[in-house]
Design a binder for this molecule. Structure first.
Ligand code: GLC
Length: 535
């Protein structure tokens, strides 16, 4: 079986993982020095968010040079050392690829600005004439405001994200060639795969004048139809087939992987990205966005497994990443899950309830067949930083939304390593690009290591038992243990989450082997997940 089918993949957000040079931003040398933490945790692979040359208008998702490391994070040599260390430790390494847009500082975009309308330079991006003084259409940016910016000669360019992130024109063969070459560059350096940013966005139907909608959120299409004109167009799949063919020439076919960041629903539509000759995995965002409700989770789990199974792909499970409110806070407030961040003036999450549910959610997720993603700090039970000063916010969403969306800084705060060190051990100087909340101290790994019942020890045990019991590759079968309960056998393990207020009895003949909170006897309290085996 290929390694990625049941892998647990850990997301490192480079600017906030570990700072080696002391400037307050994490770097590649810092990551390399902390890889032993991931070995201790027991994950199979690491995905690193972008560390390429970038003006950091969108925290590195605005790439100015796809083949170079930004000095903020180190050098190519640092990357090679990090990759070598990961190999030595048996960790697979996945890097981020940002093909929908570049930075406006990319050499191609600078050349496009200097060139005339209609030139080959402009044809690498999406330049159009406006309608009178208005933009070519009324599409809006995911971060808020219009999706078009005007240049001095009167033309407009498209940016589905920030104005500093011009969209490439994927109808242009030169763009396709360039990205095949970027893939080769990193494959030649030994990476094991790519997480593909905004994978559902590359191809657009710009002539669709009838569409009047919002561009953010999950793009919903009818299983037989295409998505909104900027998302999930059928033609994106030709691109991924060509990438797959290239990846399969490296090592054993199926060893190097592509992971789609595609905000696409329903599950059969998302599964098109992981057909046999395309990508290998796609993030399951419906699962991430699900409310803490057994019926909804059961539906999503069932539909995801069915849709991916139909194309022979594993399902992924994800609760957290650098774009959404951290699980331990998201599950600590009632109401719809928040994509837009939490500020001091918003209703504050209940930290005790949030952590309790986050631990239960983690044990449920890690029991499900397929591949699971863990975002840095999730294994420590870190909550969102919900009281950041507005003046410190860096996410472009904050400005572009006219301060209506707080943005994603609260889930990107540098993580703690040692309770009593400056910046909780994040950097040797105590510098930190965003301030860390005081609760970080007690959640640092050195305070949790070896402590029975700590979130870090819970994750370690879960990853060890997941492997031992073969949960990632098991067959799942739901059981009915009551209306407010989610219960499923995965292979020979029974996983039960109790969402209700009544305690739930474990079926006879079973013994609890892991629980998200201490349990007495065989009854499962509210907001607790247990794994059990036959005695
Ligand atoms: C993806 C990234 C997000 C970034 C956006 C634009 O959604 O995860 O962080 O802002 O793409 O590149």
């Amino acid at each position: 079986m290929h390694w990625w089918r049941d892998a647990v993949i850990y997301q490192v957000y480079p600017r906030s993982f570990a700072d080696h040079d002391g400037d307050g931003y994490g770097d590649l040398a810092g990551i390399a020095a902390r890889l032993d933490h991931l070995v201790e945790l027991g994950v199979d692979a690491v995905w690193m968010s972008p560390f390429y040359t970038s003006p950091q208008a969108d925290a590195g998702y605005d790439v100015a040079d796809y083949r170079a490391v930004d000095p903020l994070f180190g050098t190519l040599d640092d990357f090679d050392k990090l990759a070598a260390r990961a190999r030595e430790l048996g960790l697979k390494l996945i890097v981020d690829l940002v093909p929908n847009h570049s930075s406006d500082r990319h050499a191609w975009f600078q050349a496009a600005l200097a060139a005339a309308p209609g030139s080959t330079e402009r044809a690498r991006y999406v330049f159009r004439d406006g309608v009178g003084d208005a933009p070519p259409n009324d599409w809006t940016s995911v971060f808020g405001g219009p999706a078009w910016t005007r240049v001095p000669d009167g033309q407009w360019y498209l940016h589905l994200f920030d104005t500093h992130q011009p969209d490439f024109n994927w109808d242009n063969p030169e763009v396709r060639e360039e990205f095949l070459d970027v893939l080769r560059f990193w494959l030649d350096r030994g990476v094991d795969g790519f997480r593909v940013d905004v994978a559902h966005g590359l191809v657009k139907r710009l002539d669709d004048a009838t569409w009047r909608g919002q561009s953010e959120g999950i793009a919903k299409a009818d299983p037989s139809g295409e998505g909104p004109p900027m998302w999930d167009q059928d033609a994106v799949h030709d691109i991924y087939r060509s990438w797959r063919a290239l990846l399969d020439t490296y090592g054993t076919p199926g060893d190097k992987i592509l992971v789609a960041e595609a905000w696409v629903a329903p599950p059969p539509r998302l599964a098109r990205y992981v057909r046999g000759d395309e990508m290998h995995q796609a993030f399951n965002f419906e699962y991430l966005l699900a409310p803490w409700e057994p019926d909804e989770l059961r539906r999503i789990i069932t539909e995801s497994l069915a849709a991916n199974g139909a194309v022979g792909a594993p399902t992924t499970w994800v609760l957290s990443n650098h774009d959404v409110v951290r699980t331990a806070s998201r599950l600590g407030v009632s109401g719809p899950p928040m994509l837009g961040g939490i500020g001091a003036d918003d209703p504050q999450p209940d930290p005790v309830l949030g952590l309790r549910r986050a631990r239960a959610a983690a044990l449920l997720m890690l029991a499900l067949p397929g591949s699971a993603y863990v975002y840095q700090g999730e294994e420590l039970g870190l909550p969102e930083h919900t009281t950041l000063l507005d003046t410190l916010r860096q996410d472009p969403t904050w400005e572009r939304s006219g301060h209506t969306s707080k943005g994603r800084d609260g889930c990107r705060v540098p993580i703690p390593w040692r309770a009593d060190a400056p910046a909780y051990g994040f950097s040797p100087t105590g510098a930190s690009w965003l301030p860390q909340p005081p609760i970080w101290a007690q959640l640092a790994p050195d305070r949790q290591r070896g402590v029975e019942g700590s979130t870090f020890e819970l994750f370690k045990a879960a990853l060890r038992l997941r492997r031992e019991f073969g949960l990632g590759s098991g067959e799942l079968r739901f059981l009915d243990l009551g209306p407010r309960v989610l219960a499923a056998e995965v292979g020979e393990t029974l996983v039960v989450t109790n969402f209700g207020v009544e305690r739930v009895e474990l079926p006879a003949g079973r013994r609890i082997v892991l629980a998200s909170e201490p349990v007495e006897g065989d009854t499962i309290p509210t907001d607790v997940t247990v794994w059990s085996r036959t005695t």
